[in-house]
Design a protein around this ligand. Structure first.
Ligand code: HEC
Length: 117
């Protein structure tokens, strides 16, 4: 009996999902909303965890030795963060990097792109 109820629930969920198909226009709206949310999250991460060393505009050499990170592309930044989190590159900024998960790395790297001059 319980199984029947679950099955009925699954069928109506599928039916509902199909009834709820929205036009393509809203897909692109959803994508840009996600981007904006991602950049907002990245900004918060950057200001709380990175700006002290790399500068609020990511335009300083951290400890006089890092690259100016607002000149790096998104992929390069994500790779740099992953390598430091994995301990493949050692640096004084590693604790801040190792706290980030992949999604946060993407977000902070996306935000840094907005700081480019
Ligand atoms: C305690 C200071 C400090 C903090 C906080 C810090 N960093 Fe760094 N970061 C450095 C230093 C010093 C280097 C250069 C040494 C190295 O290669 O890790 C560096 C290197 C980097 C690099 C590679 C640049 C290059 O020279 O190739 C990136 C990208 C980077 N940091 C991003 C970030 C991000 C994003 C955050 C915040 C999540 C952050 N850092 C937090 C000090 C810091």
């Amino acid at each position: 009996m319980k199984r029947m109820i679950l099955l009925a629930g699954a069928i109506s969920a599928v039916a509902f999902a199909h009834a709820d198909v929205t036009p393509t226009a809203s897909t692109s709206t959803a994508a840009s909303t996600t981007d904006a949310a991602m950049i907002a999250e990245g900004q918060q991460i950057f200001e709380n965890n990175c700006a002290t060393c790399h500068g609020r505009h990511a335009d300083k050499k951290a400890f006089g030795r890092s690259a100016i990170i607002n000149q790096l592309d998104q992929e390069t930044i994500v790779k740099a963060l992953q390598m430091r989190k994995a301990g493949l590159i050692q640096g004084p900024g590693n604790p801040a990097k190792s706290r980030l998960n992949d999604e946060q790395m993407q977000a902070v790297a996306a935000y840094i792109q907005t700081l480019k001059k």
